[in-house]
Design a protein around this ligand. Structure first.
Ligand code: DQA
Length: 137
């Protein structure tokens, strides 16, 4: 089973950025832990701060992979283009967030992409990604 984890803008700074919200851990070490935990899965990781690169990645893998776990960062709340890309491909996408976006500012309560996703997991810290993997198994 092929699963792509996709992280959007500013998520390259996990472990450095707003630690009280996003925690102390960088994503690379967490991703290595996930790979060790699910050796039978083909898990891939890609991060970009650029909207068009995220869309290109969705197009590239969205007809062949079994699942996409997507934390689009702030693009979640703003990007119709990302929402359209998710609707355009066959691979199911799960929207994830590290923080509970519903306990934060009101502008984070709206997701442009959620309606095109299989489901949404928000607020479990980095464990949100593992929970999304479990949902594909
Ligand atoms: C986030 C929540 C977004 O509102 C924010 O813009 C992020 C991270 C999260 O994982 O909690 O960059 O997606």
């Amino acid at each position: 089973m092929k699963i792509q984890i996709l992280n959007g803008p500013n998520l390259n700074l996990l472990g450095t950025r707003e630690k009280s919200i996003y925690g102390e851990r960088g994503f690379d070490s967490y991703f290595n832990e996930l790979k060790a935990k699910y050796p039978a899965l083909e898990l891939e990781y890609y991060q970009s701060n650029i909207e068009g690169e995220l869309i290109n990645k969705i197009h590239e893998i969205g007809f062949s992979y079994d699942g996409i776990i997507f934390n689009a960062g702030a693009y979640t709340h703003t990007s119709l283009a990302i929402a359209d890309a998710i609707a355009a491909v066959k691979t199911p996408v799960i929207e994830v967030h590290i923080s509970n976006v519903y306990s934060r500012e009101e502008f984070r309560h709206k997701s442009m992409m959620a309606r095109n996703c299989k489901g949404v997991i928000t607020g479990f810290g980095l464990d949100s990604y593992r929970l999304a993997i479990e949902s594909f198994l």
